[in-house]
Design a protein around this ligand. Structure first.
Ligand code: COA
Length: 254
């Protein structure tokens, strides 16, 4: 079965991470599937809203670390950048249901969703610095804007995880719900959106995002250039190798 399930029903295209044995970490092929699905949905009248979900135990462990080590993304046409541009520019509403760990892009993609429902077991983290990397998905701009600078610094400089209630408090999620109900609750909300006039949804979303959209895309590109370079540098290589070898990284020589 595919690592990303794509299913459209009642106007909602549901994208499900389906690689639970690897904690829904996202490979290049999975980014390509996500990017293609979003791209196709822009002009598909059958899709009026999108739902992104994992299962009750795991949303996503972020980018596949073996991919980072052996086939790091190169350039603007790489699947991960196509996905990030696609989600950041997607004109129709996007809902997310998040349970369990949401690491790296598992958290940063949520900045580009319109509604987020979190299981009370959700644990968000952006450990880019701990991996010798910098933020992506415009999170260096959107996290300080949403959380306030000091809380964003805790999340992005210390890379400390924060739980569902803290995410609710800073406005990253709309509601905290039982994990076994998160996907169903998010599906209900997505279907509510899908039943509304699509032109009004699209215009309202465009207007809400208009002021920050150019700066957001510019920041995403700048982050992408730094991230692409840093992926190939010794600190990140050591962090990825240590993860694969199930040991603590040793940054003393980098
Ligand atoms: N890339 C590749 N494989 C990953 C992965 C990732 N990002 N995250 C987890 N996996 C794999 C593990 O290697 C392990 O594989 P194995 O069974 O073949 O040994 C399997 O998924 C289970 O992971 P494990 O770490 O044992 O699960 P856990 O429940 O103890 O911890 C996480 C879950 C998500 C907290 C932990 O896996 C983690 O921190 N992952 C890395 C997150 C990360 O740094 N992502 C990059 C962000 S930019």
């Amino acid at each position: 079965m595919s690592d990303i399930l794509v299913h459209t029903e009642a106007g909602v295209m549901t994208l499900t991470f389906n690689r639970v044995d690897k904690k829904n970490s996202i490979t290049s092929a999975m980014y390509a599937t996500l990017a293609d699905a979003l791209d196709g949905a822009v002009n598909d009248a059958a899709v009026r809203a999108v739902l992104i979900q994992g299962d009750a135990t795991i949303f996503s462990a972020g980018n596949d670390i073996a991919d980072f080590l052996h086939a790091p993304p190169a350039g603007e046409n790489s699947p991960v950048f196509r996905f990030l541009h696609g989600i950041a520019s997607f004109p129709k509403p996007i809902v997310a249901a998040v349970c369990g760990p949401a690491v790296g892009i598992g958290t940063t993609l949520l900045f580009h969703c319109d509604l987020v429902y979190a299981g009370d077991n959700a644990a968000f983290s952006m450990p880019f610095v701990n991996l010798g990397l910098c933020p992506e998905a415009a999170s260096s701009m959107l996290a300080p804007q949403m959380f306030g600078y000091h809380r964003a610094a805790e999340a992005l400089l210390l890379g400390e995880p924060f739980m569902a209630e803290a995410a609710l408090e800073v406005g990253l999620v709309n509601r905290v719900v039982p994990p076994t109900e998160a996907n169903a609750i998010a599906q209900v909300q997505a279907r509510k959106l899908a039943a509304k006039p699509i032109t009004a949804l699209i215009e309202t979303k465009r207007l809400m995002k208009k002021a920050q959209q150019p700066a957001l895309l510019e920041r995403m590109d700048e982050e992408g250039r730094s991230f692409g370079r840093m992926l190939r540098e010794p600190a990140a290589r050591e962090a990825f190798t240590a993860f694969m070898e199930k040991r603590r990284p040793d940054f003393s020589r980098v």
